[in-house]
Ligand binder design. Sequence first.
Ligand SMILES: N[C@@H](Cc1c[nH]c[nH+]1)C(=O)O
Length: 388
Amino acid sequence: MMNRWLLPEDIADVLPAEARKVETLRRAMLDLYQSYGYELVAPPLLEFLDSLLTGTGSDLNLQTFKLVDQLSGRTLGLRADMTPQVARIDAHLLNREGVTRLCYAGSVAHARTPVGSSAREELQLGAEIYGCATWEADVEAISLLLKTLSLAGLNKVHLDLSHAGVLVGILDGQDIAKEDIAAIYSLLQSKDRPRLALWAKCLPTESADALMALTELNGSCSDVLAQAKQVLPKNKLIDEVLSQLTKIFTAASLLSEELELSIDLADLRGYQYHSGVMFAAYVDSLPQPIARGGRYDHVGQAFGRSRPATGFSIDLLTLASLSPAIGRKSAIVAPWINDVELLMKISDLRHGGEVVIQAMSGDTLQTAEYLCDRELVRQGSLWEVKKK
Ligand SMILES: N[C@@H](Cc1c[nH]c[nH+]1)C(=O)O
């Protein structure tokens, strides 16, 4: 007989001790974001596909599960990323003029398992800043990301900076179709030098050389920035890209002593909606980035209001799996009998923060999360806590 509880590939249950860890981290992070003035939002799990994907690229479309709405007959998308939804909330619903800080935590699903991962469902946690076009917002996002990792016990972090505008700057002034730019972008993402060289042949020498040089522009920030100034074309867009990267690198290097910073100008791992500085954070024992973020100034525009935007997101399930274990909470065992004194005592203890488990008949109290090291025993007419 078919196993009825077989789960789809790369979809899994989260069992008690792990689920508690995830929830403890979720609460800690949302409190942290609140202490910085971020407001919590909760966009829906499902939306009409066209609005869910407004202002994003084909990469997010490929990642999105689709289903038919029985009420409207229209196609719905199950979100694969909450960032564009939060941009919609800022652009459309809040309609504020100044800087808006929003945070969120919710499930997202990927139609295809992301490279290097073994899960198609994530508990995405993130923080986004709208209405600030300058480096302070990017640095605040990076700083909050580092605090998030540190609160989860991960202090040794490597941050790779990149910029979605480099390619635009290299191809500036060339008559190249949008689809061709997307094709070059994905070759850069996969660092496919031979096929890039074929594309480069169609470009003027300066752009062709810069495109090929891009795949080598990675390493320590100051070296890469100095080299980039020499090999990339000299135009306004490239100047802007390099000056933004310099500002962010300088400010980020002051954030933590344990932070290692590097630049990889061909590391275009972000989604196609990213438009400016992008970053990816790496920790030991995970080959793929633990968190990603960056600028996406054009998503709000697609919702009718152009707003500068930057932020980061991280999968809480992955974060919890790398975070040191939380010790088992100790608990008090009480009998399940009709006794008003006992019920009052239990209520007081729970109110005071203790875990009290009332053992039912035949209950062997096998819990992954609680260590039952004390019990409630009757002393005359009173109930007292004694060591087991
Ligand atoms: N949601 C993006 C990261 C991001 C958040 N904000 C800006 N960028 C991702 O999953 O790659």
